[in-house]
Ligand binder design. Structure first.
Ligand code: HSE
Length: 293
C-alpha cells in the first residue's frame, strides 16, 4: 500500500493572483492500493460529505492518470484522511489532484518525475498557485505559458519569524462562484498596482524585509470583487490591522482570510461563525511512501 501526505495551500498570495502560492502545515493523507473494485473509506468526515463513489476527486484523478498513460485500470481501495477544510480557499481540491497523481504514479509503476507530475497537476487545475506549492512545498511563483508551467520555489529567509493566522468562516465559497465575479479586464492603473506589489512581495520575502509586507500584500485583482461574497470581509480586515496584523489577505478564492503577524498573541475580535487557527508555512510538499498496514 502507498501513503501520500499532501499539504494545504494558500493561493493568490496577496497580489499574486493565479501565480503565487504557499504550502501550509495542515495535511491530508491518502492510503491507496490497487484492487479489483472501487472502495473509499473517509476517516475524517467533512461537510459537505466527501463522495465515496466515482465522483470522488482523488479517484477521478487516479483513473484519469491511468487512462492518459494508456494503462488498464483495475480499481482502487483508498483510505482518505482530510484535515484541509473543503471549499474554504485552502487548496483542498489541489491536494486531491496532487495526491491522486502521486498515488497513481506509484501504483501504476509509471515512474514519472515530480516535474512531469507537477505539469499534469497545473494543467488539471488550470492555474498553478495551489498545485505547485502542494507538490513542491514552500512558496512557489508560477506562470502558465499555454499548457506549460514555469515556476520557481522562493527561498524566503526569516519566514519562521512570521505567523500565519487562518480566519475561517463557517460557510463555503465554491471557487467557480468566486471566479465568476471577477472582471474580464483591468485598468492600466490596477495592472500597475498589482504588478508592482507582486514584484515587491517576492523581493521582500526573498530579502526577509518584512516591514514591506503591509504594502506588498495589497491587491486589486480579486479581493475587491470577492468581498461582496464574504460578509464582513472589510470589517475583519480593519479589525485585524487594529489587532496588529502586518497584512491580511484572502486565501485563494476565499472565504478564508489569512493575517500575517509577528506576534502569536494576535487575537482579533471576529463575527460569530469565524474561527482563528495559527498555521506555519510548510517547506515540505507532497510525499509518497510505501507502507504496510
Ligand atoms: N487562483 C485561484 C483563484 C485560486 O483565485 O480563483 C483558487 O483555485
Amino acid at each position: 500500500m502507498i501513503k501520500v501526505t499532501t499539504p494545504a495551500t494558500t493561493a493568490n498570495l496577496g497580489p499574486g493572483f493565479d501565480s503565487i502560492g504557499m504550502a501550509l502545515s495542515v495535511t491530508n493523507t491518502l492510503c491507496a492500493e490497487e484492487s479489483d473494485s472501487l472502495s473509499i473509506e473517509v476517516r475524517m468526515p467533512q461537510v459537505p460529505p466527501i463522495p465515496t463513489d466515482e465522483d470522488n476527486l482523488i479517484y477521478k484523478t487516479i483513473k484519469g492518470f491511468y487512462d492518459e498513460l494508456g494503462f488498464s485500470f483495475p480499481g482502487v481501495h483508498m483510505i482518505q484522511e482530510d484535515n484541509i477544510p473543503l471549499t474554504r480557499g485552502l487548496g483542498s481540491s489541489a491536494a486531491c489532484v496532487v495526491s491522486g497523481l502521486l498515488a497513481a504514479n506509484a501504483l501504476s509503476g509509471a515512474g514519472l518525475s515530480k516535474e512531469d507530475l507537477l505539469q499534469m497537476a497545473a494543467r488539471l487545475e488550470g492555474h498553478p498557485d495551489n498545485a505547485a506549492p502542494a507538490m513542491l512545498g514552500g512558496i512557489v511563483v508560477g506562470a502558465m505559458r499555454g499548457q506549460r508551467l514555469y515556476c520557481s520555489r522562493l527561498d524566503a529567509p526569516g519566514l519562521d519569524r512570521l505567523n500565519f493566522a487562518l480566519l475561517i468562516p463557517d460557510f463555503p465559497l465554491p471557487t467557480e462562484k468566486a471566479r465568476n465575479v471577477l472582471p474580464s479586464s483591468y485598468s492600466r492603473e490596477d495592472a500597475v498596482f498589482n504588478a508592482s506589489r507582486a514584484a515587491l512581495l517576492v523581493a521582500a520575502l526573498a530579502q526577509g524585509e518584512h516591514d514591506l509586507l503591509e504594502c506588498a500584500f495589497e491587491d486589486r485583482f480579486h479581493q475587491p470583487y470577492r468581498s461582496a461574497l464574504i460578509p464582513n470581509m472589510a470589517e475583519i480586515f480593519s479589525e485585524c490591522k487594529r489587532a496588529g496584523a502586518l497584512a491580511t489577505f484572502l486565501s485563494g478564492a476565499g472565504p478564508t482570510l489569512i493575517s500575517v503577524t509577528k506576534d502569536l498573541r494576535f487575537c482579533p475580535s471576529l463575527p460569530s461563525g469565524w474561527k482563528l487557527q495559527f498555521v506555519a508555512p510548510s517547506a515540505e510538499g507532497a510525499v509518497c511512501e510505501n507502507i504496510t498496514l
